[in-house]
Write a protein of this length. Structure first.
Length: 327
């Protein structure tokens, strides 16, 4: 991760979809934070997928510890997924109709369970029981790998549609086909695993990975430039995706003054900011025309949707100086 320092800048006030962007400008004071140097990659998101798969497998195998206080905790053990006997015990996770030894995981069963607490609602109702503001979420985490094929009927047999998420040549390319809910689930999992690895350190409870707000994203993308960058309307999609993917950059290339890579292109990125029922997505992407590969590109997207041109990166709020993270 790279550090984005505190500061202030002028940002155009948020408009609404389908209306002209308002010329109103607001000055925002930003508190320093850490941001991923690159978009979350296929390799990193696969680590999340595999953790979810392994945790469900360990539950089915009965690997549960009973703690001294009577609570239960998952005892994560390495699973030999190629062992026929283990496959038989985990049959509930596999697609039907395959012989033992060539079983395929039913990716629709890879569900990540977690809880979120609505701090804003809790503050507004301080006398209420706090459990009232806890929401349990069940998120199917496997990305939509059909997003490439859905671009056009002619792209159904495009090798990228079959290989992009799993082929090691694309390990360092940004994960796509991920909805806002899946991106948030990844942030929660990353927080959970980071805390587990640093549980003996001071202030670990304060650590939390999340999606950036639109203001944070723009402040980081500018790399220290305080000038106003006007928003643009969504550009027309360019044609020839097969050619475009060959020219798409590896996520490790190109950076701004803060060391953040591909803030102007590669893929557009989810933010946590809302406009009505939709979420703000920022930055150009490999499906945009070359002139629209800019940091000021902005559009709205349904939180449940997934595309081949939107990914995400995480941020980490600066809580204490010793929590300098690397990636």
């Amino acid at each position: 991760m790279k550090y984005v320092p505190s500061g202030s800048f002028k940002m155009q006030r948020l408009g609404i979809e389908g209306a002209a962007n308002t010329p109103d400008v607001q000055t925002l004071q930003m508190v320093g934070f850490y941001m991923d140097a690159t978009e979350v990659t296929n390799l990193e998101y696969r680590q999340f997928i595999n953790w979810v798969r392994d945790s469900i497998g360990n539950i089915l195998l009965g690997n549960i510890k009973t703690m001294a206080d009577g609570s239960q905790k998952l005892d994560m053990k390495k699973i030999d997924w190629n062992d026929p006997a283990t496959q038989q015990r985990l049959s509930a996770l596999y697609l039907p109709g395959n012989d033992w030894g060539s079983k395929r995981i039913d990716v629709g069963k890879l569900i990540y369970h977690y809880q979120v607490f609505d701090y804003k609602a809790s503050v507004l109702h301080p006398d209420a029981v706090q459990i009232k503001y806890v929401t349990n979420l069940d998120v199917p985490v496997y990305p939509n790998t059909t997003v490439f094929a859905s671009k056009s009927a002619a792209a159904v047999n495009e090798p990228v549609a079959l290989q992009y998420f799993w082929f090691r040549g694309f390990n360092n390319y940004p994960v796509v086909g991920v909805s806002l809910q899946q991106a948030k689930a990844f942030c929660d999992w990353r927080t959970r695993t980071w805390k587990a690895e640093h549980q003996d350190e001071q202030n670990v409870a304060e650590v939390s990975f999340r999606l950036p707000t639109e203001a944070e994203w723009e402040w980081a993308a500018r790399g220290g430039d305080p000038d106003v960058t006007p928003f643009t309307n969504p550009p027309l999609l360019s044609i020839g995706f097969a050619d475009g993917i060959m020219k798409a950059q590896d996520s490790r290339n190109g950076s701004n003054a803060y060391g953040l890579k591909n803030m102007d292109g590669n893929v557009s990125e989810w933010t946590a900011s809302e406009l009505g029922p939709k979420r703000v997505v920022r930055g150009g992407n490999w499906d945009h025309a070359p002139k629209d590969q800019q940091t000021n590109v902005r559009f709205l997207q349904n939180a449940e949707s997934s595309t081949f041109y939107v990914g995400f990166r995480c941020v980490f709020s600066e809580v204490y100086k010793e929590a300098k993270l690397t990636k």
